[in-house]
Design a protein around this ligand. Structure first.
Ligand SMILES: Cc1cc2nc3c(=O)[nH]c(=O)nc-3n(C[C@H](O)[C@H](O)[C@H](O)COP(=O)(O)OP(=O)(O)OC[C@H]3O[C@@H](n4cnc5c(N)ncnc54)[C@H](O)[C@@H]3O)c2cc1C
Length: 471
């Protein structure tokens, strides 16, 4: 009997992996060949990111170490996955290839191509659940049988949908000897390590991912309900692990449900957003390129590269926006509330196309994820699913800061030039008198920028723009 192939994509673990269980059963004594194929179409596509590729490499290294510990090794390939997998099939004589189902139009078209090419060489590709919590996102429909476009009803049917059993972690793995190749470096993959540097990244790999999920569920969840919107508070930070599958989302849900209290319910609902946006991408693949709501495809956007650069650099003059953009640049992470605030500022105060923000986030975030990022940007730009009137999602950066950074810790940490600004002026430092500015060691226009726009005025302009295309 030949070995079976497990094609890893973004399910980079050995625990709770239905595709691995199927490969183990098919490969029996001959073992499993786990293959990861570096695909330039993804690595250097429109959402290329040195940072995320660096985190991917760390995750893969940890994955290989896990396999090694259990008796196997991961095989590395680079190129067109259809050709590379067909080559591994020829080398090993495998007839079964297993992978976890993914949802974007790109992933689905790729999988169809791979399945065709594999069938030409006598192997069959089978897809399994494992990327989402739900095992069947396509089955989640409204009473009228339509895909969900509103979150709350989605989350109800999602929450009630039966879950698969967690798959047991194998205690032993076996990979037949062969040409397994070497894990490339970041430079080999065409990235400059200087572009990948981030402060204080999460530890990659499933051992770290599962440990983080465990300690979060036991220690963080209890306060989540109360503190999750506080910009200075720490949320679970599991997003990069969830993106690469170094922790099973179903396992995270299970750990969450095991804990009592409101934090657990609220956290589960955040996990539901992740599945919601995967479902949106599955059912409405065009959102990856277009506004979900047709009427908003006609919105007019400004073309202002200088304004875009100031937003990216955290030099807008609105402290909470600047703190968030600097947190992103330094760490590759940003708090969810802050993501909404800066996305609203880009689209509704600067009137810049949400795609600019989407692209910048994908370049900078370690957890950059097509479904959640696109969903978050379209939600905030009011062009997406879970619709609400556009004027409800126009965030006032001053009020947001006063409400969600009450201690001022977040802004002072990321905008050190504002460290001595008195609390009552921290959200509007431009209102400091010249004496206050001198005392705080922060001269507006010199040490910290003047606000680049007037929020109240831009809000009116945004209303006009949205009104102009709203039927
Ligand atoms: C404009 C914008 C862009 C975003 N881009 C991304 C992205 O590229 N990748 C990404 O993983 N998340 C994205 N989010 C969602 C959310 O901000 C992050 O998942 C969250 O901040 C990650 O931190 P955490 O793991 O500590 O979250 P927690 O608050 O601890 O939440 C736990 C998990 O729930 C999921 N989740 C929480 N909120 C959301 C949400 N609104 N949408 C989808 N999933 C959610 C995530 O998987 C997250 O890890 C974006 C949100 C906005 C508004």
């Amino acid at each position: 009997m030949p070995p079976a192939i497990l094609w890893y994509r973004r399910d980079l673990r050995v625990h709770d992996l239905p595709a691995l269980a199927a490969a183990l059963s098919d490969g029996a004594d001959a073992g499993v060949v786990p293959v990861f194929c570096f695909d330039d179409a993804l690595l250097h596509g429109r959402f290329a990111s040195a940072r995320r590729t660096w985190f991917l490499l760390q995750t893969l290294q940890a994955l290989d170490a896990r396999w090694h510990e259990l008796g196997g090794r991961v095989w590395w390939r680079r190129g067109n996955p259809a050709q590379e997998l067909a080559d591994v099939v020829r080398l090993t004589g495998a007839t079964a290839v297993h992978a976890s189902e993914d949802f974007s139009a790109f992933a689905r078209a790729r999988d169809e191509r791979v399945a065709r090419q594999l069938s030409d060489v006598g192997a069959e590709l089978t897809l399994h659940p494992g990327v989402a919590i739900s095992s069947d996102l396509g089955a989640l429909r409204t009473k009228a049988g339509k895909p969900h476009i509103v979150f709350t009803p989605f989350s109800k049917v999602w929450g009630a949908q039966e879950r698969r059993e967690l798959v047991k972690t194998p205690t032993q793995l076996h990979t037949p000897p062969g040409k397994r190749g070497a894990l490339p470096s970041l430079e080999d993959l065409g990235f400059d390590p200087a572009d990948a540097a981030v402060e204080d990244p999460p530890q990659a790999g499933e051992v770290a991912g599962v440990a983080a999920a465990k300690s979060w569920s036991q220690q963080g969840l209890a306060e989540y309900e109360e503190r999750r919107s506080d910009l200075a508070a720490v949320t679970s930070r599991l997003s990069a692990h969830l993106h690469y599958g170094s922790v099973s989302p179903l396992l995270v849900e299970r750990m969450t449900l095991d804990q009592p209290g409101p934090g657990s319910q609220t956290y589960r609902s955040e996990l539901a957003w992740r599945d919601f946006y995967l479902q949106v991408l599955l059912q409405f693949p065009y959102v990856a390129r277009q506004e979900f709501q047709e009427k908003y495809r006609a919105l007019s956007w400004e073309d202002d590269p200088e304004a875009l650069e100031r937003w990216k650099a955290g030099q807008t003059g609105y402290p909470v926006v600047d703190a968030a953009m600097r947190e992103l640049a330094a760490t590759g992470f940003m708090h969810n509330r802050a993501r909404m605030i800066v996305a609203s500022f880009l689209t509704k105060d600067l009137h810049l196309n949400w795609r600019e923000g989407e692209r910048w986030f994908m370049q900078q975030l370690l957890d950059g994820d097509l479904a959640s990022n696109n969903g978050g940007w379209q939600w905030t730009a009011s062009t997406g699913t879970d619709p609400a009137p556009y004027f409800r999602r126009m965030f006032n950066p001053t009020l947001q800061q006063q409400k969600f950074d009450t201690s001022g810790r977040y802004v002072r940490r990321w905008c050190p030039e504002l460290a001595q600004v008195p609390a009552k002026r921290l959200a509007e430092p431009w209102k400091m008198s010249p004496a206050e500015q001198r005392q705080a060691g922060c001269i507006i226009g010199t040490d910290y920028p003047e606000p680049m726009v007037d929020h109240a005025e831009e809000r009116r302009h945004a209303v006009e723009r949205y009104q102009a295309v709203s039927a």
